[in-house]
Design a protein around this ligand. Structure first.
Ligand code: PLP
Length: 421
């Protein structure tokens, strides 16, 4: 492929994410993106089957978001939130509070999903510290993934996940399997009894564990966690960074689908429609009230410089407009229905362990580690960008992806797996 000059001259200097820089296939130079398509330097167009790590739900360059960004750029691109206020952050906070169920009414902004989870963990730990209780550990789950920073690595799967190298060098972990039935729930209750007094809370990716392997679980699991959290006086954190904001099709948030009220929710990714980095940690009134005092030191001592960045908040407000005006949930459900049919033939291919679909998430799970480069190349050959990991080839397309493009994605996935045998 012809490579642009910037690519060739910068290649020796850039350090890419999750990439063994010695052996990885060269990254594909993207020169433009529009709708569901990426344009490569050599002119090829790929349908983005994973919406840039699950973020570009409205497609690239949606005119409504672009217009909001242009307008905001001319008025106020950024101002610190410490001691100063701006309209976009306040409007967004109110909208998120109204959109989330129950009394999840207090919004703390940050600039990435990992930091939103860090903030959730810090909030939970300090909620107890403010009451004179030192409870700084979290219950987390095998297969879980919550980010790449030190605290968030401490609530990821310690053995199977990408952070296993750091095992033993992180915050102390309490890791268990997701409870899937009454017997699991009872057993987990015993684990929590043993940790009484030192756990701050439970953190879980509700309904779908994403980067841990696209593992699905039922509302029962979340309802059981709520019961256990109540019985053991623990805070319940739902990390909705992947599934929140429409991906599952049934409702905007997994907590609504499961009819479970968490104490803290984290959001990012689709929040700005994949245009600018922004994340939010949303706490219930009980948590927020736990920081109210005459003592300045019981305030939440956290303040990323770019928190509540005005451009990011403007993009998020425009993204929420689109969720209101356009039928994203219906689109997610329609994508899911199509993927069910399209991926079904993969069930009978050798080397396939499972095929599953939930909302606009379609997964082919293999018997062992996915040969990521080969699968990815096979999909690119068919005009589709996908990035397999662990043992899964999966798609999480933009929710605006049309029927023909979903057919292209689904067929590329099945053909790519077929080509392996
Ligand atoms: N939590 C979940 C559930 C995620 O899926 C991710 C990213 O994939 C994160 C946290 C971390 O978000 P970020 O990559 O923006 O730091």
């Amino acid at each position: 492929m012809k490579r642009p000059d910037w690519y060739t001259s910068g290649q020796g200097h850039i350090w890419l994410p999750y990439t063994q820089m010695r052996t990885a296939r060269p990254a594909l130079p993207v020169v433009a993106a529009s709708g569901t398509r990426l344009t490569l330097a050599d002119g090829r167009e790929l349908v983005d089957g994973i919406s840039s790590w699950w973020s570009t739900v409205h497609g690239y360059r949606h005119p409504h978001i672009e217009e909001a960004l242009r307008g905001q750029l001319e008025v106020l691109p950024h101002v610190m939130l410490g001691g100063l206020a701006h309209e976009q952050a306040y409007v967004l906070a109110e909208r998120l509070a109204k959109l989330l169920p129950g009394n999840l009414n207090h919004v703390f902004f940050s600039d990435s999903g990992s930091v939103a989870v860090e903030v959730a963990m810090k909030m939970a730990a300090q909620f107890w510290l403010n009451q004179g209780q030192r409870r700084v550990k979290f219950l987390c789950f095998r297969g879980g993934y919550h980010g790449d920073t030190f605290a968030t690595m401490s609530v990821c799967d310690p053995d199977e996940g990408m952070h296993s190298l750091f095992k033993g060098a992180l915050l102390e972990q309490v890791v268990v399997d997701l409870p899937r039935n009454a017997a699991d729930e009872a057993a987990l209750g015993e684990v929590l009894d043993r940790h009484r007094g030192d756990l701050a809370g439970i953190i879980v990716e509700p309904l779908v564990q994403g980067a841990g392997g696209m593992v699905f679980h039922d509302p029962f699991t979340l309802q059981a966690l709520r019961r256990l959290a109540d019985a053991h006086d623990l805070l319940l954190i739902f990390d909705e960074i992947f599934v929140g904001l429409g991906r599952l099709g049934e409702a905007m948030f997994a907590c609504e689908i499961a009819d479970v009220q968490p104490d803290i929710v984290t959001l990012s990714k689709a929040l700005t429609g994949g245009t600018l980095p922004l994340a939010a940690t949303i706490a219930s009134a009980r948590i927020y009230d736990g920081f109210l005092s005459d003592d300045p030191m019981s305030a939440l001592m956290h303040g990323p410089t770019y928190m509540g960045n005005a451009m990011g908040c403007a993009a998020a407000n425009a993204s929420l407009d689109l969720f209101e005006r356009e039928p994203r949930l219906e689109q997610a459900r329609a994508i899911g229905k199509q993927l069910e049919t399209l991926l079904a033939p993969a069930r009978y291919l050798p080397g396939v362990r499972d095929v599953r679909v939930r909302g606009a998430i379609g997964v082919i799970q293999l018997d062992g580690p996915a040969p990521a480069d080969r699968l990815s190349a096979a999909c690119i050959k068919r005009g589709v960008w996908l990035r397999p990991f662990r043992d899964v080839l999966y798609t999480t397309p933009p929710l605006v992806t049309g029927e023909d493009e979903i057919v292209r994605i689904g067929n590329a996935m099945v053909d790519a797996v077929r080509e392996l045998s």
